[in-house]
Design a protein around this ligand. Structure first.
Ligand code: XLS
Ligand code: NI
Ligand code: NI
Length: 433
């Protein structure tokens, strides 16, 4: 019996459908700016939140009872994998992603754990042969086990650096074997709790050396996917080094990796960093490092990474507007790094959560595509900078301060401030949603 027994595959029924388990906006085959919606959005289920998360919070333990939670062995891991592929089929999602720790049980040595991973990779590989769902990315969990308490690459103990590097090697191999399109590094504990015991210079050098080895190994094995860093400012550590997109870019430049590594931007992490999601997306595009997105929101009151499914059409519209302006996804996609609330106990809750999230994203994509095709915002943006299109203005960028000074004295200009038209532009967005 399947965990999702009795739940039929979800289909597109149109905007008027009142069904809880139907797409009202997500129609995989609908063309948006000449491309199928499925190929634009590239929806991805996250193994950890949907299948490994037990429903705990700081005051209470497990609320979910999944058949595969019973025993921590390979048989249970396979039951979990079966349920995962059942959900992928029900939703028709084109991609999934995983950490090593989500799919394999931990054993009592590095080598035994690696054998478990290899066995589960084979098992998942067999399931993928008959499934339409592919692997968007793989990653290593270098933050849950107590050995990673003080970081992975940035750990003061070189044995933990070595363990982490060896783990990433096995996870890159697994990702490549399963045809993954990206490999993600989220520095879950690459940061510090207190500066009083932390050597910032040393830890940055360790992180740079670690990432260089990852890039080198990618080329060595011929992995064609992208290497992505996922920025986050804090949680679990008080301060995380990969604070936001701009900080990651500075780090990449420092180690000469800015053409090798891109970013996986998470909506909730952007908010934690004091930015909007669209700011982080636009910044990555502008720096040439935009890769992929984790589409999960935070609760704006709690100020914590609550990993909720997206439910806000305006936010989705502004996000996909930046994705489209960046040229859309290449190897990246829309990953729901999102979990149920702990009272949402039933299999159907897992389906409904994804259906709602996918629909909000589809609605956002359609609105964003219309705004972009109509040029309503881009025309206004171009008009705002029109003065810079003259040859004189462009030439000024190459002149010295005193040359510019002399030209100003001669020309005697009288700059007139012009409206930024913010409210009108916000009204335009509202009109398209
Ligand atoms: C945690 C991160 C994590 C990464 C993958 O906040 O979002 O889930 O996406 O390690
Ligand atoms: Ni997160
Ligand atoms: Ni994430």
């Amino acid at each position: 019996m399947s965990f999702f027994d009795g739940i039929a595959p979800v289909s597109f029924q149109g905007a008027d459908s009142t069904s809880d388990l139907a797409f009202r906006h997500y129609d995989p085959d609908e063309l948006v700016m000449g491309k199928r919606m499925e190929d634009h959005l590239r929806f991805t289920c996250a193994w950890w939140h949907s299948f490994a998360w037990p429903g705990g919070d700081p005051f209470g333990g497990q609320t979910f009872q999944r058949p595969w939670f019973k025993e921590d062995d390979l048989a249970a891991a396979k039951v979990k994998a079966d349920a995962a592929f059942d959900l992928f089929d029900i939703l028709g999602v084109p991609f999934f992603c995983f950490h090593d720790a989500d799919i394999r049980p931990e054993a009592d040595s590095f080598a035994a754990t690696a054998r478990n991973l290899a066995e589960m990779v084979d098992y998942i590989g067999e399931k993928m042969e008959t499934s339409k769902t592919k692997l968007l990315w793989g990653t290593a969990n270098l933050f849950t086990h107590r050995r990673f308490m003080s970081g992975a690459a940035t750990n003061p103990d070189p044995d933990v650096f070595a363990w982490s590097a060896a783990t990433v090697k096995t996870c890159m191999d697994a990702t490549m074997k399963l045809g993954g399109q990206n490999y993600v590094l989220w520095g879950g504990r690459e940061g510090y709790e207190t500066l009083l015991n932390t050597d910032l210079t040393r830890e940055a050098e360790q992180a740079g050396a670690f990432l260089s080895k990852v890039v080198e190994y990618k080329h060595k094995i011929g992995f064609k996917g992208a290497i992505l860093i996922e920025p986050k400012p804090q949680e679990p550590t008080k301060h995380q080094y990969d604070y936001d997109v701009a900080t990651v870019y500075g780090f990449l430049k420092r180690f000469g990796l800015e053409n090798e590594v891109q970013v996986n931007i998470e909506q909730g992490h952007a908010i934690l960093a004091g930015h909007s999601f669209e700011h982080e997306l636009a910044m990555a595009a502008s720096l040439g490092i935009f890769g992929s997105i984790d589409m999960n929101r935070n609760d704006y009151q709690s100020g914590w990474d609550t990993d909720q499914f997206p439910d806000n059409p305006r936010e989705a519209t502004l996000a996909y507007y930046e994705v489209l302006r960046a040229g859309g996804f290449t190897t990246g996609g829309t990953n729901f790094d999102a979990k149920l609330r702990r009272q949402s106990l039933d299999p159907i809750d897992l389906v409904a959560a994804h259906v709602g999230g996918m629909d909000v994203c589809a609605r956002g994509l359609k609105a964003a595509a219309a705004m972009l095709s109509d040029g309503v915002l881009e025309d206004a943006r171009a008009a705002r900078y029109a003065g810079w299109t003259t040859p004189e203005a462009q030439a000024m960028l190459g002149q010295s301060l005193d040359q510019i000074h002399d030209a100003v004295v001669t020309a005697d200009p009288r700059p007139e401030p012009r409206s930024g038209r913010q409210e009108s532009l916000e009204n335009v967005v509202s009109r398209y949603i």
